[in-house]
Design a protein around this ligand. Structure first.
Ligand code: SD4
Length: 349
């Protein structure tokens, strides 16, 4: 923890900040990364353009994480894929227009959220991916460089030396639970598609950030290097609107962290925002969105944060012990780090 951030443990489990303490403007983000919150906050309150202040906040906060790697788990030098390469996913979404910019499997460019912002501001598209997203970034002045570090290379070598365990292959030969590839399809039905243990408090690869200004303008975004040892080419939930993040000025915003291969099937941040639209508090909305996932994937690991346009915050998590996240408002001179236990959610009906 840094920057004099305050750790606030909550005994209520899911509920985080009640309506009584709701306030705008606000910046909130996944995991205990107050340096990112502070960067977002600074951009929000100092932006010269009120039309873009919330977007500037998301970009500044996520960029901070991409630069200093937020505990070594976001951005370059983390989560090497099966070839040892780090690739990045990012999203920035404007709650006023519902416009968005995103990149998936971005190669050799560190500032993924910056490229996503470029997609938002300077194209009519929503998402660019892979090598051609890199080409777009470089044409627009982004530096092309290796995202590998000694740390990511040794993580990858260690994984190789353990027969490429764990990995994300199923129904193939050689047996992916004991051998490295290359693999070929085989109808073995032997491996589960519901692996757990990938997302842990010490292995969280995603910043999801929400910003709302005094006028109720909202933005949300994400930046991630995805899952460790992912199959090259894999894109997670983080750049997908409604999965990694979603926002709508009429209601509020939501961000997610967790197993993206599952989340992109159930769109939990869209669900959370829609739940708030129906009148649920952010915490009930988060809880309901997670329960919908658990109904289909009982071993799911992940967490959600929702903030409504009054500035009320709620979060819910499942699959690991605790989930920490950051909130900054004008009510405090510091970012507050909240930590909630991941209580067992409602039994699926
Ligand atoms: C992904 N959702 O790529 C990301 C991973 C993550 O904490 O959130 N890790 O699936």
């Amino acid at each position: 923890m840094s920057n004099g951030a305050v750790l606030q443990s909550l005994v209520f489990g899911i509920t985080v900040i009640s309506g009584a303490s709701a306030t705008l403007p606000i910046v909130a983000n996944t995991w205990p990364w107050p340096q990112a919150t502070d960067a977002g906050w600074k951009a929000l309150i100092s932006s010269s353009d009120s039309n873009t202040a919330v977007l500037d906040a998301i970009q500044a906060g996520c960029t901070k994480c991409e630069e200093d790697q937020c505990d070594g788990t976001v951005g370059f030098g983390g989560s090497p894929d099966e070839n040892g390469e780090t690739t990045l996913d990012a999203l920035i979404m404007d709650g006023t227009t519902l416009n968005m910019g995103a990149v998936g499997a971005l190669r050799r460019v560190k500032n993924a959220i910056g490229v996503a912002r470029l997609v938002l501001d300077n194209t009519e598209h929503s998402m660019l991916v892979g090598e051609l997203a890199t080409e777009f970034a470089v044409q627009n002045g982004f530096k092309e460089e290796s995202l590998a570090t000694n740390h990511s290379t040794s993580m990858w070598e260690n994984w190789k030396s353990k027969q490429c365990q764990p990995n994300y292959h199923i129904n193939c030969i050689p047996d992916p639970t004991t051998s490295c590839g290359p693999y070929h399809p085989a109808n073995l039905q032997s491996n589960s598609k519901n692996k757990t243990g990938n997302i842990r408090p010490d292995n969280h690869d995603t910043i999801g950030m929400i910003a709302i200004d005094n006028n109720g303008k909202t933005a949300a975004g994400t930046s991630t290097n995805g899952l460790n040892h992912k199959i090259p080419g894999r894109v997670g939930d983080s750049p997908i609107p409604g999965a990694g993040a979603y926002t709508d000025d009429d209601v509020g915003a939501a961000v997610a962290t967790g197993d993206g291969d599952v989340m992109m099937r159930l769109l939990p941040t869209y669900q959370l925002v829609e739940n708030m639209r129906q009148g649920m508090s952010p915490e009930d909305a988060a809880r309901d969105a997670l329960n919908r996932i658990l109904k289909r994937y009982s071993t799911f690991e992940g967490a959600l944060i929702g903030v409504n346009i009054k500035g009320e915050v709620g979060a819910a998590c499942t699959g690991f012990e605790n989930f920490s996240f950051c909130v900054r408002t004008a009510k405090s001179t510091n970012t507050i780090i909240h930590s909630i236990p991941c209580v067992k959610l409602d039994k699926p009906k």
